[in-house]
Design a protein around this ligand. Structure first.
Ligand code: SF4
Ligand code: SF4
Length: 375
């Protein structure tokens, strides 16, 4: 085991290999407050990458309703139980990660889901926590709650799948940190599937090898955001690149949202893989639940998010979500608009803070028709 720095844990941790942080790391921000669980992302991904034989149960992208939705069934609850209680002291995690809690003859603490756990991808959808009494009426605050959690491979800085592979078939690209399986080396031992705490590796019983989200690398290589990001109906997603810790740039939208304003948080940072999908936590959900899922930064993230309507820069960064297929490397917040730039520093998107408003006549004289939708 080597000692590697994990900024999400606020400390060093054990990992089977030397740390090899890429110069820039693919990363995503998902705003859970905007997701409507339309599953467009899941279907866009499925029709692009996993519509073949043996892939019937494979969803590189899924959207589950928390707290009772899971895919595969119970994935996070099982691992949290195995890992046991861990505490945060300020920003430092004092419990064990999946690498540190591994049995002496193993590299990662994990488990293999049963086949049946993949049978119902949407089990628990829209099931709320809490009860609504018969005859209850709306009093201004919903006591019952749930939220939608969109999930893909986190292209972790310290991938548990990679750590566990006895064939060294999994690798992390130095140019962008995308984690890939070399299928010609894979022999289908499924150690990666057991090790990935997010259960984002799948076994294909027809090809007899494992597979996972490839980060839409053909799109990334031509400067475009992945399918799940481009097609998102709720505009909840932004993909870009994170700089190494200590070299953040305030004009890089990912650095700005994740490390500078800290409005988006990693999912289960205590697992220790340094996942690179960051979530704006849902504002209406009990803080205890959020602290377990997203770590100790929840209050700060919620406060920052609440300040966005009066904070032009933060609002500007948030408005860039879903408004361009291009990957944004730089952004600028002007008085009336937020502007995004691509890798060549060309302007590729300009979003107004206030949507233009047009009112049309109810009766269109030119075409001699009445309009029902006039604003
Ligand atoms: S497409 Fe966007 S809004 Fe729809 S389920 Fe996926 S993440 Fe949520
Ligand atoms: S989320 Fe799982 S499959 Fe993806 S890089 Fe991390 S450990 Fe590997």
């Amino acid at each position: 085991m080597s000692k590697v720095g994990n900024w999400q844990l606020g400390r060093e941790m054990e990992f089977p290999y030397e740390g090899a942080r890429p110069a820039r790391q693919i990363a995503y921000v998902f705003d859970t407050n905007k997701c409507i669980a339309c599953q467009t992302c899941s279907i866009a991904c499925k029709t692009t990458w996993t519509s073949g034989k043996g892939q019937e149960h494979v969803f590189y992208n899924n959207v589950e309703s928390k707290p009772y939705g899971f895919f595969p069934h119970g994935w996070d609850v099982h691992l949290l139980e195995k890992l046991g209680t861990g505490r945060w002291s300020g920003g430092t995690y004092e419990g064990k990660t999946v690498f540190e809690a591994a049995a002496p003859n193993e590299r990662v603490l994990g488990y293999a889901p049963d086949e049946a756990d993949y049978a119902s991808p949407n089990l628990g959808e829209d099931v709320i926590a809490g009860t609504i009494e018969r005859g209850a009426f709306f009093q201004g605050i919903h006591r019952a709650w749930m939220f939608y959690l969109a999930r893909i491979c986190n292209h972790c800085t310290y991938p548990a799948c990679l750590a566990a592979c006895p064939r060294k078939a999994i690798y992390k690209r130095p140019e962008d940190g995308i984690v890939l399986i070399d299928q010609s080396r894979c022999r289908g031992y499924r150690e990666c599937l057991k090790a990935c705490p997010y259960k984002k590796v799948f076994y294909n019983a027809i090809t007899r090898v494992s597979e996972k989200c490839i980060g839409c690398y053909p799109l990334i290589e031509r400067g475009e955001q992945p399918q799940c990001v481009q097609t998102c109906i709720g505009k909840i997603r932004l993909q870009g690149f994170l700089s190494p810790p200590g070299s953040e740039r305030a004009d890089n939208p990912l650095d700005y949202l994740v490390r500078i304003r800290k409005v988006a948080l990693p999912l289960y940072p205590q697992f220790g893989t340094e996942p690179n999908v960051y979530y704006v936590p849902p504002l209406h959900v009990p803080r205890d639940f959020l602290a377990q899922a997203f770590g100790p930064g929840v209050e700060e993230a919620a406060a920052a998010y609440r300040s966005a309507p009066t904070d032009r820069e933060l609002l500007g960064a948030l408005l860039l979500f879903g408004n361009t297929p291009r990957i944004l490397h730089r952004f600028r917040a002007e008085a009336e608009e937020a502007i995004g730039y691509d890798a060549e520093d060309r302007e590729v998107v300009r979003v107004p803070y206030t949507e233009p408003f047009f009112a049309r006549e109810f009766f269109d004289r030119k075409n001699d028709v009445y309009r029902h939708n006039v604003t």
